[in-house]
Structures are given as structure tokens and as C-alpha cells.
Design a protein around this ligand. Structure first.
Ligand SMILES: [Mg+2]
Length: 118
């Protein structure tokens, strides 16, 4: 019997066991502490936060020093906005990520068998 799991199977298990709990806690926190907002609101917020993150990367790329805290702060904003978006849009993010990783792995393995990179 082979008990060694592939790294993607371990990842899928961790996501399945934990991501929906994290998403549920964000939903509880959001509902308790903030006014109800639409999926469109959170989608715009998500893209705004991703834009703020990208802007810091652009500034650093062009030679300015950007404190690491700025990147981590914006990355956190992106995650929070994504969680709120998924909750408002009734997306089970754990299930969606699992499905996507399985599709990526299928494609990656096919390309690998053809000697190509993903
Ligand atoms: Mg921000």
C-alpha cells in the first residue's frame, strides 16, 4: 500500500478541511459588524485593493523603497475583500479552489507528459 500522498492531494485536503471554516468566520464577522453589501460592491472593493497592491509593486519596480508592511497590508485587504465577495456571491471558495486545482493538475500533467511546461 502506498500511503504517501502527492503534494496536490495534501493541499486539496488542507483546503477542504479549513478554507470553508475561514470563509464562514469572515461571513459571521462581516454580518455582525458591518452593513450588508452587494457582491458588486465587494467585487469593486476586491479590484480596488488588488490595484493598491499592484501600485506598490509598480513603485518598487520603478526603484522606490516600499516598506514590506505596505505589501502585507494590501495583501490582507485583497484576502478580506475576496472572502466578502465570495460570501455575498454564495461561492464556496474551498470547493471552487479544489475544482480549479484539479483542472490545473490535469492540464499540467498532460503538458508534462508532452515535455512542455505549464
Ligand atoms: Mg487597501
Amino acid at each position: 500500500m502506498n500511503s504517501k500522498k502527492s503534494i496536490e492531494k495534501v493541499l486539496l485536503n488542507v483546503i477542504e478541511d479549513n478554507l470553508n471554516k475561514v470563509q464562514q468566520q469572515f461571513d459571521d464577522y462581516q454580518k455582525k459588524s458591518f452593513p450588508k453589501r452587494s457582491p458588486e460592491f465587494f467585487c469593486l472593493e476586491l479590484n480596488g485593493e488588488a490595484g493598491e497592491l499592484a501600485n506598490f509593486e509598480k513603485k518598487q519596480w520603478k526603484g522606490r523603497h516600499i516598506p514590506h508592511e505596505n505589501f502585507s497590508d494590501e495583501a490582507a485587504d485583497v484576502l478580506i475583500a475576496l472572502m466578502n465577495y465570495c460570501n455575498a456571491r454564495n461561492i464556496d471558495l474551498g470547493k471552487a479552489v479544489n475544482n480549479k486545482i484539479q483542472k490545473i493538475e490535469k492540464k499540467r500533467k498532460k503538458l508534462q507528459s508532452e515535455g512542455k511546461e505549464y
